[in-house]
Design a protein around this ligand. Structure first.
Ligand code: NAD
Ligand code: DAU
Length: 337
């Protein structure tokens, strides 16, 4: 039996991770710490709220006193840090909160790990720390030794956190691992990100805003496959190691948008080319050989099956989406406590 702290678990990937793990490991305990920013949604956690091995704590990872008190009380074995500001466009509008949460918050968590002792601190990072690859070099992929080379305040904050995590490992011998995954999609994703946004807009016959000419490439991974990778790394990975996670599902943004339009039987005339994102990364592509060979990870979904499941989820879960769009999800704490 082990006790896990999962930060950012009311968000998209952390929420999916908890849904899977709380059920997969009934003898382990999962404590979710989340500040419930605009991206945190207690309705995402409803399927597991009453499970005996699950508990929610409303806290901010930057609040040193609150975090230390929680560690003192709970004696965690494993800490998995999903908590972050995660949207590139918001980081371009206003970088500061990205630096506070993504860098300083990570340091607070690791300081608590040092003081109270843990078996492993896992940092959920991103392929964006590697910058981008050219569109005309399909032979190039990000490996774990690709140099960090960031483009946005978001990716710079995540790369800074990665460097801190590795520094805590070397200097303080903190047992750490890092995963760097490509773009995720699936249930419970906040509809400011490309795929859920386009599904919502297309289903209402609204214009679909494609940045630039739509030729930027992302490497899409179904969220459950990312969660399984993190589970494997936390349990079987090696201290101080970085693991890239991706399933070779590279698509241009235009391909993604057209797939959604076709699945919903909507015309391509809904596509609206808009001003490009400043500093827009051209192509992400992960080489996942290390996690495949060393830990035996393999994705269960390809883009075809994953996008079909995601479109279905978005069409069926109108209450969750309606409450996000109306802002009603923000009232969950007031209503229930
Ligand atoms: P998200 O924005 O959906 O969720 C983030 C969660 O963190 C929310 O619940 C939010 O309330 C919480 N949070 C934010 N600031 C906090 C703070 N200061 N203290 C406590 N909680 C706080 O993000 P996501 O898409 O689920 O991403 C989760 C992690 O995975 C992030 O670290 C992100 O960098 C990384 N990642 C995301 C992707 C992707 O495609 N979405 C891919 C690779 C890696
Ligand atoms: O690669 C992993 C990263 O993927 C994560 O670290 C980030 O947290 C996550 O948000 C995601 O970043 P992206 O910037 O790639 O995701 P986003 O959904 O914002 O955009 C995907 C692509 O679609 C990108 O090339 C920009 C484009 N786009 C996005 C939006 C929201 C559009 O063309 N139109 C849009 O309206």
């Amino acid at each position: 039996m082990a006790k896990f702290l999962v930060t950012g678990g009311a968000g998209f990937i952390g929420g999916n991770f908890l849904h899977i793990m709380v059920n997969r490991y009934p003898n382990d305990e999962y404590v979710c710490l989340d500040a419930l920013t605009y991206a945190g949604n207690m309705e995402t956690l409803e399927p597991i709220l009453n499970k005996p091995n699950f508990k929610f704590v409303h806290e901010n990872i930057c609040n040193r006193e609150g975090v230390f008190k929680l560690f003192e009380k709970e004696h965690f074995d494993y800490v998995i840090n999903f908590a972050a500001e995660s949207h590139v466009d918001r980081s371009i509008e206003d970088p500061e909160i990205f630096l506070r949460t993504n860098i300083l918050g990570t340091a607070v968590l690791m300081d608590a790990c040092r003081k109270y002792g843990i078996k492993r601190f896992h940092q959920v990072s991103t392929d964006e720390v590697y910058g981008d690859l050219p569109l005309d070099r399909k032979d190039l992929f990000f490996t774990e030794s690709t140099p960090l080379h960031t483009s946005s305040p978001y990716s710079a904050s995540k790369a800074s956190a990665d460097l801190l995590v590795l520094a805590y490992h070397r200097t303080f011998k903190l047992p750490v691992t890092i995963s760097r995954c490509s773009n995720n999609y699936g249930p419970y994703q906040f509809p400011e990100k490309l795929i859920p946004l386009m599904i919502q807009k297309a289903s209402r016959d609204e214009a679909l805003p494609v940045y630039g000419n739509g030729s930027n490439v992302r490497d899409w991974l179904y969220v459950g496959d990312h969660c399984n990778a993190i589970d494997l790394i936390v349990r079987n990975g090696k201290d101080g190691e970085v693991y890239n996670v991706g399933g070779h599902n590279e698509k241009t943004n235009l391909e993604v948008v057209k797939t959604i339009l076709s699945a919903l039987n909507k015309p391509e005339t809904l596509i609206n080319y808009v001003k490009d994102r400043p500093g827009h990364d051209l192509r992400y592509a992960i080489d996942p050989k290390k996690i495949e060979t060393e830990l035996g990870w393999k994705p269960e979904h390809n883009f075809k099956t994953g996008i079909a499941a995601t479109i279905k989820w978005n069409l069926e879960n109108t209450k969750w989406l309606h409450n996000v769009e109306s802002g009603e999800y923000m009232n969950w704490m007031k209503k229930h406590y």
